[in-house]
Design a protein around this ligand. Structure first.
Ligand SMILES: *[C@@H]1O[C@H](CO)[C@@H](O)[C@H](O)[C@H]1NC(C)=O
Ligand SMILES: *[C@@H]1O[C@H](CO)[C@@H](O)[C@H](O)[C@H]1NC(C)=O
Ligand SMILES: *[C@@H]1O[C@H](CO)[C@@H](O)[C@H](O)[C@H]1NC(C)=O
Length: 892
């Protein structure tokens, strides 16, 4: 990561170092509040100092929020100042654009089973034992839920003896605030309408609160739950901090204000399940998160639901050094509609766009095969050419690397098919969006295999769908959820941290929306960890710092296998494993650190020391061992990571300075581990390997503890950053417009293409508005698509005739530089691309004091250069560089 510090001449009397502008460029998080900035001051600068300085620099602004623990403020700037000029003001340490977050689109389905503890996944995590045998309920612990609010009237949040919940003293929801109001969408300051009532209208926050501490065991009033269930800590109290309007977007400025308020209200734990994007740990939320943890709070954040995007995808909110990035595991039971085909009777999940069960007429199924005889992904309508599917149900593979369910549905429109079944890959039942009015259902992977086998023997076999729902054990229960995002982070640190049940989770929903629902997502897993913190604190009768609890949970988590795999799932997917709260509480051993980052071959940490502490009352002997896990190969011959990494059985080896250690009560022993990289993995394919180092106590029934390690074979400087498979970066052609559809960058559907070097652009002068924009102007744009992180994503402009560096392209009110996470694989069904529109300006330096400057008409060379990971950032040696050629630009 690059920190540029400049001596500014703006401070008249003293020389003061100026701040750093941060940029978030991934197109998902590309959504920023126009003119909105979060400013962090130097530690010795007060709010008053800062206002004086902003005024002295003639910044006209409105304060959106002022913070205290985070020494800074969020402002909307009305004058012509941008992030660069704000950072140049003395006393400013960091400037971030205000990012807009969305509530994750949780996947709906329905669940049922028998035992409420099983319904809630507690038999997988030891929480059932803590409830039944230890009578732990989280009593006395306060959990802040920063989300869409809580429907505090819900009977599942009733205080003991009451039949309905309430808000205030003696209620389960004791504290709260609505920072935003119903109409807030995250972008517009004027939509804010805060008040004291944190009632939930979106639903997400109520669901999350139910997972933490809802109690639907003995509800006598309507609506009754479809199945009794119980949250992890059914006697915690809540602070409900509402940061989402009814439609579910929020600004990072509001999230920071809510985090501070939760702290001031005395919350012990906060959990955040907001999707982020950049993959680096320097967002303002992560910065504040670290400060709050240092003051005793625990933070659990969702790892993200981009599991179908492949590696390098974890969300950034959980990336602080001590916060927990939480992965999801699937619960065991699901309630679904069923279908019968030959001997196969299995569940299916109807697409949300279709929204109803598939009709009951028995019909033949036609699996659609590609030229290799494999099930086709159905992404091209031509796969149906020459096949009679009239009135039949087609079966295709639900691989998400080329298209989504919308496209699959659209592709059968003209075929006469009666509907489409989609085989979930790699396993489980996907939740599909789908195409309106096209009957569509997701089925388990194995169900798809069985259908194909039956079809090959008896193609006339018909399928019948059930009208009612039934209970199914769903394949993959207890394994990491396919949707859960893979790490590592941009510094090759081991993330996510650990997992919790998050797939197929029944919980509370606002009464106005039916009272209960089943959702899936890492958003459902992070509150599970928040509730687990409460049980831990209650059991220990103390409130250890969040990183202490994280360590106990990581050390004792259950190392898990991927569904049907013999090997353990990668630590880049499951973190340390599925949380076992019982063991985290009972263990008398800890291992530090709680993750080992071996980095890449170039920076390989061959020798690593771990500390094993015996916190028990007796001397204990431990045996040390190594449990290897899957290696993930994402680059067999491509530049953008595979959406489903190839799993390789290729292991590192570990040598221990001693394999048996005897540790007296209360004492710590250091053990040196010597690692050797896996043998088979091909360095040029950058496999991410991982495993666990385990210390097993010799006492019968002693709880083993472990620490995950992750590493990458190969030179991280050579990991492709830009997606060359899509011929990106490039300069897209086509009409100018306010928004530039990403598909244009990909040579999209209407013959729109990239422009070639030598092309002439005409740009309306962005500063003197002598001429207004018209249709004959061509706004140049640069399309980028990052397959992995870069500490510094730059677009550089050079004078084409003498090669002089003119500056960094300036677009969207910021210079084209700064750290960036990768693009997701698809966005709305097409490859996700970030497009920088260029208005003819550049900034001279990657620094705070640089002001945008309009170039004169002329011929310029455009170069995209992304800094290699873990490098110092020296240009050009440390950059992946693409010369896009020279273009003529006329400013009119
Ligand atoms: C803050 O500290 C810097 C560097 O130590 C110093 O130059 C500056 O004057 C201080 N500012 C205030 C407001 O005290
Ligand atoms: C807790 O997790 C839920 C689920 O994602 C999330 O919506 C909520 O914002 C989190 N709470 C906090 C305090 O961040
Ligand atoms: C680019 O360099 C050439 C040769 O030095 C010079 O004549 C020209 O004015 C420069 N163009 C611009 C736009 O500065």
């Amino acid at each position: 990561m690059k920190f540029t510090t400049i001596l500014s001449t703006l401070a008249a009397a003293t020389l003061v170092s100026a701040g750093v502008v941060h940029d978030f460029q991934s197109s998902v998080s590309n959504r920023v509040v126009p003119g909105g900035y979060i400013i962090e001051y130097e530690p010795n600068v007060t709010h008053t100092d800062s206002h004086n300085r902003l005024k002295a620099h003639e910044v006209e602004y409105k304060v959106r929020n002022e913070y205290n623990i985070f020494n800074g403020a969020a402002i909307t700037v009305k004058s012509n100042h941008d992030g660069q000029s704000l950072a140049s003001i003395p006393g400013v340490k960091n400037v971030w654009p205000i990012a807009v977050y969305s509530l994750p689109k949780s996947e709906k389905s329905k669940t049922k089973g028998t035992d409420p503890e099983v319904i809630s996944g507690h038999q997988l995590t030891g929480v059932d034992v803590l409830h039944k045998s230890y009578k732990l309920t989280g009593k006395g612990i306060k959990i802040g839920v920063i989300d869409s609010g809580i429907d505090y009237k819900h009977p599942a949040f009733a205080a003991k003896g009451a039949t309905a919940g309430c808000f205030g003293k003696n209620c389960r929801v004791t504290h709260g605030w609505d920072f935003v109001g119903d109409d807030y969408t995250g972008f517009d300051f004027d939509e804010l309408n805060p008040d004291a009532d944190p009632m939930d209208c979106a639903g997400h926050g109520t669901h999350v609160a139910g997972i933490i501490g809802g109690n639907a065991l003995n509800i006598q009033v309507s609506p009754k739950p479809p199945q009794p269930f119980v949250g992890v800590a059914p006697e915690v109290t809540f602070g409900a901090y509402r940061v989402f309007g009814c439609d579910g977007s929020t600004g990072s400025d509001v999230v920071i204000a809510a985090m501070e308020r939760a702290f001031k209200d005395g919350m012990d734990v906060i959990n955040m399940s907001i999707e982020g994007g950049s993959g680096y740990k320097l967002t303002p939320e992560a910065v504040l998160g670290e400060k709050l943890i240092a003051r005793g709070m625990a933070i659990a954040a969702a790892a993200g639901d981009n599991g179908d995007g492949g590696v390098w995808m974890v969300s950034d909110i959980g990336l602080g050094d001590s916060s927990s990035s939480v992965a999801s595991f699937d619960a065991t039971y699901g309630r679904y509609h069923g279908f019968k085909y030959g001997a196969v009777s299995r569940p299916y999940s109807s697409s949300t766009a279709y929204g109803q069960p598939i009709d009951l007429t028995p019909r033949a199924i036609v699996p659609i095969f590609d030229e290799n005889g494999d099930l086709s992904d159905g992404c091209d309508s031509t796969v149906y050419d020459g096949i009679d599917v009239t009135n039949k149900i087609v079966l295709v593979l639900g691989d998400s690397s080329r298209c989504d369910a919308y496209a699959r549905g659209e592709n059968i429109l003209d075929t006469g098919a009666a509907g489409i079944l989609v085989q979930t890959t790699p396993y489980g039942i996907a939740s599909l969006n789908g195409y309106p009015d096209v009957p569509m259902g997701a089925i388990e992977f194995q169900a798809g295999e069985d259908i194909i086998a039956t079809y090959k023997k008896a193609p006339q076999t018909t399928v019948s769908f059930s009208k009612t729902e039934g209970d199914f054990y769903v394949e993959g229960g207890g394994s990491p959820s396919p949707f859960s995002s893979f790490g590592l982070d941009g510094d090759l640190r081991s993330k996510p941290d650990l997992g919790a049940p998050g797939g197929n989770i029944l919980s509370t929903y606002p009464l106005a929306k039916g009272g209960y629902t089943v959702l899936s997502g890492t958003s459902m897993a992070s509150p599970y960890i928040a509730g687990s913190h409460a049980l831990y604190m209650e059991a220990k009768k103390s409130k250890p710092h969040g990183d202490v609890i994280r360590k106990a949970m990581k050390n004792t988590a259950t190392i898990s296998k991927s569904y049907k795999s013999k090997a353990f799932a990668s630590a880049a997917k499951q973190g340390s494993g599925l949380v076992n709260v019982l063991n985290a509480i009972l263990t008398t051993t800890s291992i530090s650190p709680d993750h080992i980052d071996l980095l890449d071959t170039t920076h390989f940490k061959k020798s690593v020391k771990i500390q094993i502490k015996n916190t028990g009352k007796h001397t204990q002997t431990y045996t040390l061992s190594h449990t290897p896990a899957d290696a993930l190969n994402s680059y067999p011959d491509n530049t953008f990571p595979l959406s489903t990494p190839i799993v390789e059985t290729d292991y590192a080896t570990v040598k221990f300075s001693s394999t048996k250690v005897k540790i007296a009560a209360g004492k710590t022993v250091t053990v040196t581990l010597t690692f050797t990289e896996p043998k088979k993995g091909v360095s040029s394919q950058f496999p991410i390997y991982s495993g666990f180092v385990v210390a097993t106590p010799s006492t019968k029934g002693g709880i083993p503890v472990h620490v995950p390690y992750t590493g990458m074979k190969g030179d991280v400087a050579k990991v492709p950053i830009m997606d060359r498979d899509e011929n990106i970066p490039n300069i897209p052609g086509g009409n100018t417009g306010d928004s530039f559809p990403a598909m244009l960058a990909l040579g999209g559907p209407d013959g729109v293409s990239r422009v070639s070097p030598g092309f002439s652009f005409r740009i309306a002068n962005p500063i003197s508005s002598k001429k207004s924009k018209d249709d004959s102007d061509y706004t140049p744009a640069v399309a980028i698509r990052l397959g992995s992180h870069t500490p510094d994503m730059t677009i550089r402009v050079f004078n084409a005739s003498n090669g002089k560096f003119e500056g960094f392209l300036y677009g969207d009110n910021r210079g084209a530089f700064g750290m960036s996470g990768r693009n997701p694989t698809l966005f709305d069904g097409i490859p996700d691309v970030t497009v920088w529109l260029w208005n003819g300006q550049v900034v001279k330096a990657e620094s705070a004091s640089a002001k945008p400057k309009l170039l004169s008409s002329g011929t310029y060379t455009i170069v995209v250069a992304a800094q290699k990971k873990l490098s110092k950032g020296v240009y050009p040696a440390d950059f992946e560089i693409y010369d896009l050629g020279s273009y003529h630009m006329t400013i009119v």
